[in-house]
Design a protein around this ligand. Structure first.
Ligand code: CAA
Length: 256
């Protein structure tokens, strides 16, 4: 890839936006590459969870690449927004594997929207987050108007989106936008620790939990029905038999 670094280690797939001089801004080629790597990781059995972060110490991703905007027609811009939605929704949010955004600096515009599509967000102490699109005469285009209100409430999301102001990591924590604030040099280690904990649980149960939680917010689905179906389905799995047998025998389950 020209704009991403990636690796697989200890069952974790790492995706690192690698455009440090541009503060990891998401140009269209980066979107293509994100689509490719997430397709890969989502179907690779060696990967049980994913960490998404930005190269360097300054930015997670400072938004869509504004330098590509000037030449876009109305139709091309509409399609760009749709592509962002498709990649973030179908490949990141709907990934059956837990995806953690390790927000290591600026997460602005499309960069914050990418983090919003992840299942868990943790931020370094120097992180700054915002949706500044109105200052460009735009609105968030990669799902921000839909995901931010669900996460932090409509009123707080309105204020962030209408003012375009940035908030710091501590404020993001208070709002529930990030789950934890960590020293920058410990950020990836903490993301790894969270994933390794999840890996001790049943893989099929984790995937079904993600799908049921996502269904709650999906107007096309009946979330209650998705939960009931998944709950019933899991009773037919080996992991269920192992998990319950281990509990009754007072031992640690071995899901592999
Ligand atoms: N697109 C393209 N280039 C960007 C960029 C972006 N979103 N953000 C930063 N860069 C580039 C700068 O142009 C600069 O490049 P040059 O050295 O070639 O000039 C380089 O990264 C470093 O940036 P700054 O010199 O501006 O760094 P700074 O420390 O002074 O400021 C910043 C940091 C406050 C994050 C500032 O760069 C900034 O405001 N960036 C734009 C943030 C933004 O508006 N994001 C929303 C984009 S629109 C969007 O995302 C639409 C959508 O919803 C899909």
């Amino acid at each position: 890839y020209s704009n991403l670094k990636y690796a697989i280690k200890d069952s974790i797939g790492y995706v690192i936006i690698n455009r440090e001089p541009q503060l990891n801004a998401l140009n269209q080629e980066t979107l293509d590459e994100l689509q490719d790597i997430f397709k890969h990781f989502n179907s690779d059995d060696h990967v049980r969870g994913i960490i998404l972060t930005g190269a360097g110490h300054k930015a997670f991703a400072a938004g869509a690449d504004i330098k590509e905007f000037m030449d876009l027609s109305v139709i091309q811009a509409r399609w760009l927004s749709e592509r962002g939605h498709i990649i973030f929704t179908d490949l990141i949010e709907a990934s059956p594997k837990p995806v953690i955004a390790a927000i290591n600096g600026y997460a602005l515009g499309g960069g914050l929207e990418m983090a919003l599509a992840c299942h868990i967000r943790i931020a370094s102490e120097n992180a700054k987050m915002g949706l500044p699109e109105v200052s460009l005469g735009l609105i968030p285009g990669y799902g921000g108007t839909q995901r931010l209100p669900k996460l932090i409430g409509k009123g707080q999301a309105m204020q962030m989106i209408l003012t375009g102001d940035m908030i710091d990591a501590q404020r993001a924590y208070e709002l529930g936008l990030v789950n934890e604030v960590i020293a920058q040099d410990k950020l990836i280690a903490r993301a790894e620790e969270i994933l390794q904990k999840i890996f001790t649980r049943s893989r099929v149960a984790v995937a079904n939990a993600i799908a049921a939680i996502n269904a709650a917010e999906d107007k096309q689905q009946n979330g209650n029905k998705v939960e009931m179906d998944a709950f019933g389905h899991l009773f037919g799995t080996d992991d269920f038999k192992e998990g319950v047998s281990a509990f009754l025998a007072k031992r640690t389950p071995n899901f592999e």
